[in-house]
Ligand binder design. Sequence first.
Ligand code: ZN
Length: 250
Amino acid sequence: MKALLFALLVILIVSAWFIVSTKCDKIKVEKFSSEPDNGPVLLVVGSVHGNEPAGSVAATDVANLFRNGEINLKRGTIILVTEGNPCGLKMKVRGVPHRAILPTYDINRNFRQSNNIGYPGGGRCPISQQISQLADQSDVILDLHEAWGWVKENNGSMGSGIYYRYPGSEPIALAIQSAINAGIQDEDKKFIATENWSQINTALEAAPAVEGKPYILIETSGQNDIQPLEVRLQQMKKAIFATLQKMGMI
Ligand SMILES: [Zn+2]
């Protein structure tokens, strides 16, 4: 009897895991191309961290503009990850909720194998794998995140910063910086742009599919709603449009 109950319990847990995984381990993606389809491919990754929603909201807004024909691409393709962590976003938590006790919890620590004990991700997170596949098809990667403070406060936060890496990323990063800062009055809240930042060797910037391609990380000051979502949303949209413009796509 006990063995039967135990077996039933195992079946129940495995089924629940399967159902939750089907829903939570699948990113939402929208793709738009010019007619004819020629030119560069831009990948915009919105909110792999569920407690950083502005990137997802911005990517969704931009996807709607393309779908409704309010903007069209002159050339190239834009791939928008509108929900980089669907269940994390709903629950407002950083990682993939049902993987909370596993090394595959934090999508942005799973883009490559690592023996670093601080970043145990082993490239096994299904969402990291889906995003890597999209990065593989792309020429430029824009990664949308939100931090808990302002980088200019020098307290360790990367907030209100644009961080770029690899050849070709600087002109895009500087264009994004001008576009966003045009809307900010307070000098202390203006975005910095820099290529001097330390690499996390399991984050998207270090993914084999990204390495060597222009990669730009945007960090608003946004976690815990330290600024209204609307402010961060506009900053993210400016980043996407400035990138499209700099790439000659709109
Ligand atoms: Zn983040």
